[in-house]
Structures are given as C-alpha cells and as structure tokens.
Design a protein around this ligand. Structure first.
Ligand code: ZN
Length: 293
C-alpha cells in the first residue's frame, strides 16, 4: 500500500479531520538519515504531523515547516511539507538512544525534552505565518494539539504513531488530526475525548490490519463523516543544483573569494535527502564573477 492522506468533514460541518498513512515515508526518512529507533519514532511522528498540516493548505505553492527545539538527546527536529502532504525532514542526533519506558514504548518525550514547537506556514505571496508554543510533553501529537489550541484557537485531537520492528525498519506509521469548527456543540468534545480514551494507540490498531484512514473512520463512526478526498504522499526532497548554487552565492563575495582561492572543490550535502552537490574551481570562479564587487 502506498502512503496516502485522506481528508473529510462531518455532514453538520462541525468536525474536519484527516489521516495520513506514512509507513514508506518514515522508512525512507530512516534510510536517508540512518536513524536508530528513538529518532525514527520522533522524526516519523513529526513528518506525519507536517504532512497532515501541509495537506490542509489551499495554496499550491504553500508549505508547512515544523521545528521542534528540545533539550533532550535527540536535539532539534525539522519537518517540512508541501501543500500536497509530501514531506522531508531531519533531526540533529539520529543515533540518540534512551532506555525504553516501563510499558515497553520508546521514550520520545524524553528524547525530545523540554523546549518549543514552532509552526511556519508559508502561503506563497503573503508573509509566512508563524506560531510558537512550549512543548507540553515532547511526544509530538500532544504538542501539535496544544499548538492548534493555543495559537489558532482550534480544539484539536491528534494521534501520531511509529512502530519500529525488531530489525529497526518501520513496521507501522500514521496519524490523524480531528478538529472542531466554531459553533460545535460542547457535547461533541466530550464524545471525542471519550473515544480517544477508549481507543487503543493508532499503531496498535494498524497492527490489527487497519490503515490510518480506517482508524480515523473508526474514531468518527456514527458522526456523519464524509470523505472528501484521498491521495498518495511520499518522502520528497525539493533540492536542486540551482538552489544549492543560490545558497552558496548567498554567503557573500568575500567568503566566495576565499572558497575560490583555498578550495579545489566545494561539496554541499542536502540536509533533507543526503544528496551531495560538488562544485569545481571553475564553477566557483564563475559564481564569483557573477557577484557584483
Ligand atoms: Zn535534498
């Protein structure tokens, strides 16, 4: 099964919701960054959240960036989604490890630590929108829900899960976001909260053979949920030689001159996909000439 995002609303318009099935996406992130299980889970949850939030944008050239800045051993986590929910990301310490929790689960909250979550929504022409909240738990899902509540005043239920297999590959990964629209009756919040309490974790339900979309359908069963669309998503980096060249040019003439004089080749590795771009002396010289003195 390809990864996908499914989105819908309830007939009364009080609930909007989306689910992302992200097994291949998170496995690709693991492969690129060679993450150990704790980092696989933390980065995978953040990528899934970013995909769900990016897919919600209406602007074709929009993007959502999540920056998790905690003081735990994992270090900073960055995830970016385009407006179709295709994601890319990286984290500072892919090999960070912590003992499992007493319940046998990976200690993502401990790995992330205390700090902040910043959400940047870039919607093309207009100035990017940015909101920042303290991390509640570092478990990511709770932090995303808190971000929506504190920064956008939208009551939100969020679940994110990554199950790592014995061979460290990604066995299950997915998530959903359920949001209440203005005017939603108070009773609806209570019903949703009860469902969340009574429902096993998203990865436990996926282990039963459900997709992330099935889990969302189950959560909203009996509430008049109508699916609007479903489409494939994947791990996708947008880097190019041209963009890297622009980044090199942005260091300024002096620094570029130093590079030209001191280096035979300049190597730049993309943080998101690990692709290496190599520029030889002649190219750096040409770039130096293109910058006005
Ligand atoms: Zn790249």
């Amino acid at each position: 099964m390809n990864d996908f995002i499914m989105r819908g609303v309830t007939k009364d318009g009080f609930i909007k919701a989306a689910a992302m099935h992200s097994v291949k996406t998170v496995e690709e992130a693991r492969r690129i960054h060679r993450t150990l299980p704790l980092a696989t889970a933390a980065l995978g949850r953040t990528l899934t959240a970013a995909g769900l939030m990016g897919d919600e944008l209406k602007e074709d050239d929009g993007s959502v960036t999540l920056q998790v800045r905690g003081d735990g051993p994992l270090g900073a986590i960055t995830a970016v989604s385009d407006s179709s929910g295709n994601v890319r990301g990286y984290l500072q310490n892919p090999a960070a490890e912590l003992p499992l929790r007493p319940n046998g689960k990976l200690d993502v909250g401990g790995g992330v630590g205390r700090g902040t979550l910043t959400v940047i929504k870039d919607i093309g022409a207009r100035e990017p929108f940015s909101g920042k909240v303290e991390l509640l738990s570092g478990e990511i899902a709770e932090d995303i829900a808190y971000y929506y509540y504190a920064s956008e005043q939208i009551p939100t239920v969020c679940a994110l899960g990554v199950l790592v297999d014995k061979d460290q590959s990604v066995r299950q990964a997915g998530g959903y976001i359920i949001q209440l629209m203005p005017g939603a009756p108070d009773g609806l919040v209570t019903i949703l909260e009860e469902r969340v309490r009574e429902t096993p974790s998203i990865t436990a339900m996926m282990e039963q053979g459900m997709s992330a979309a099935d889990v969302l359908r189950y959560m909203l069963d009996g509430m008049g949920f109508v699916e609007l669309y479903s489409h494939d998503v994947r791990y996708e980096c947008k880097c190019s030689r041209q963009k890297v060249e622009q980044a090199i040019l942005s260091i300024g003439r002096e620094e570029l001159k130093r590079l030209y004089e001191e280096e035979e080749t300049v190597r730049v590795t993309c943080q998101f996909c690990d692709k290496e771009y190599v520029f030889d002396k002649a190219e750096i010289g040409r770039m130096l000439l293109s910058v006005e003195p």
